[in-house]
Design a binder for this molecule. Structure first.
Ligand code: TXA
Ligand code: MG
Length: 318
C-alpha cells in the first residue's frame, strides 16, 4: 500500500528529498491530488508514466511556485500571461506555452509546449518551496480512473506501491482539475483546452476573446466504471419509472427517488457540487447498481459549465 503521511514540515522535507533523488511522491493541490516528479529528471518522469499507466502522448503539467519559476520552463511570456497570473495564480489555471530546450521531452510527451500552473494549496506550495524547482504532476490516479480528491483515494489506487508516499493534505477544496488554456498563439485568441474552476467568463474578463472550440475530447479517466446517464430534472421521474433495474441516482433531492433505487444527494451550490462530484461518482460505482443516473444541474454558467463538462465526460456524451 502506498504510505499516507500527514503533511508536517518534516514529511514535506522528506518528500522534497525524495523528489531530488528521482523518486515520485503524491501531494495535494486545491484541485485534485498530483503524482509528482522533478520536471528535469527524465527517468523520474518515466516512472510517473509507468505508475499511472499513462499513454505516452499525454503531456504533464509542471507545477511552479511563482511566475519566476514558470519562466524557467517556458520560452514565451507575454502581457496576457502577466495579466492572467496576476488574477488567477496561485490557482486552478494551467497555461500552455512553448517550452525551453532544457525541459526534457518526457515532461511534455515530446511536445514543444508545456503546461504550467502555480497550485494554491499550502502543502503543494511548501513542497515546491522545499524542492526549489518545478514539479511535473498528472492527477494521482491510474490512467482511465477518476481523479483523486483525498489522500485515501491515492493510496487505494496505488495499493501495490509500498514505496510511494502520499502527503495527506485533506480533501481537495475545488475537486475538479484545473482550467487548461493555450496561450501559444501570440496574435489569435487564447484557446481553451479543458474547462476548470476558472470559468470562461473569468478568462474573458481578463483577455476578452477566448476560443472555446478547442476543448479536447475526453480521454478515458473522467468516467466511473458503471455506465452513467445524464437526465434532465424534468425527465427524472419518468426515467426512474422505466425498467426494472436498480439505479444509483445522483440528484439534488433524494425524496424524489422511489425505492428500490439508491440515492446520493448533491449540494445546490456550484462550489460544493464540484468539490463532491468525483467522490459521489466513486460512491456510485461502489454502490454496485447496474447504472448511475445523474440529475442534470439547472444552470450552465460559470462553474456550472465546468461541472456540465465533467458530467458529459462521465456519461460519455461529448
Ligand atoms: O488540476 C490539475 O490540473 C491537476 C493537478 C494535479 O494540478 N492535474 C491534472 O493533470 O489534472 P492531468 O495530467 O491529469 O491533466 C493534464 C491535462 C491533460 O488533459 C493534458 O493533455 C493537458 O493538461 N496538457 C498538459 N500539458 C499540455 C500541453 N503542453 N499541451 C496541451 N495540453 C496539455
Ligand atoms: Mg488526469
Amino acid at each position: 500500500m502506498a504510505r499516507l503521511v500527514e503533511a508536517t514540515d518534516e514529511a514535506v522535507a522528506d518528500a522534497a528529498r525524495r523528489l531530488r533523488s528521482g523518486q515520485v511522491v503524491a501531494f495535494p493541490t486545491e484541485t485534485v491530488y498530483g503524482l509528482g516528479a522533478d520536471t528535469f529528471n527524465p527517468s523520474a518522469l518515466e516512472t510517473v508514466y509507468r505508475l499511472k499507466g499513462r499513454p505516452p502522448d499525454n503531456p504533464l503539467i509542471a507545477h511552479v511556485d511563482s511566475t519566476d519559476q514558470a519562466q524557467h520552463v517556458v520560452g514565451q511570456w507575454d502581457d496576457r500571461c502577466e495579466r492572467l497570473v496576476a488574477r488567477f495564480w496561485p490557482g486552478p489555471l494551467t497555461l500552455v506555452l512553448p517550452k525551453i530546450d532544457r525541459v526534457p521531452a518526457q515532461a511534455t510527451a515530446g511536445r514543444e509546449t508545456i503546461g504550467v500552473r502555480a497550485p494554491a494549496h499550502p502543502v503543494a506550495m511548501a513542497l515546491l518551496a522545499r524542492f526549489g524547482g518545478p514539479i511535473s504532476a498528472p492527477s494521482a490516479n491510474r490512467s482511465g480512473h477518476l481523479s483523486p480528491t483525498t489522500a485515501a483515494h491515492v493510496a487505494e489506487a496505488f495499493a501495490d506501491e509500498p514505496d510511494l508516499i502520499v502527503l495527506d493534505g485533506g480533501r481537495c477544496e475545488l475537486g475538479l482539475e484545473s482550467t487548461v488554456l493555450d496561450v501559444t498563439t501570440p496574435s489569435g485568441p487564447a484557446r481553451l483546452l479543458r474547462p476548470g474552476s476558472v470559468s470562461v467568463e473569468d478568462l474573458r474578463e481578463v483577455l476578452g476573446e477566448i476560443d472555446c472550440s478547442t476543448v479536447g475530447p475526453s480521454p478515458p479517466g473522467y468516467a466511473p466504471s458503471t455506465p452513467a446517464e445524464l437526465v434532465g430534472a424534468d425527465d427524472l421521474d419518468e426515467r426512474l419509472r422505466q425498467g426494472t433495474d436498480q439505479f444509483v441516482v445522483i440528484c439534488f433531492d433524494p425524496a424524489r427517488v422511489p425505492s428500490p433505487h439508491q440515492t446520493i444527494a448533491m449540494p445546490s451550490s456550484a462550489q460544493a457540487y464540484a468539490a463532491r462530484l468525483y467522490e459521489s461518482l466513486r460512491e456510485a460505482d461502489a454502490a454496485g447498481a447496474g447504472r448511475i443516473i445523474i440529475e442534470e444541474p439547472p444552470r450552465s454558467d460559470g462553474l456550472w459549465a465546468t461541472i456540465r463538462d465533467r458530467l458529459r465526460r462521465a456519461t460519455g456524451c461529448q
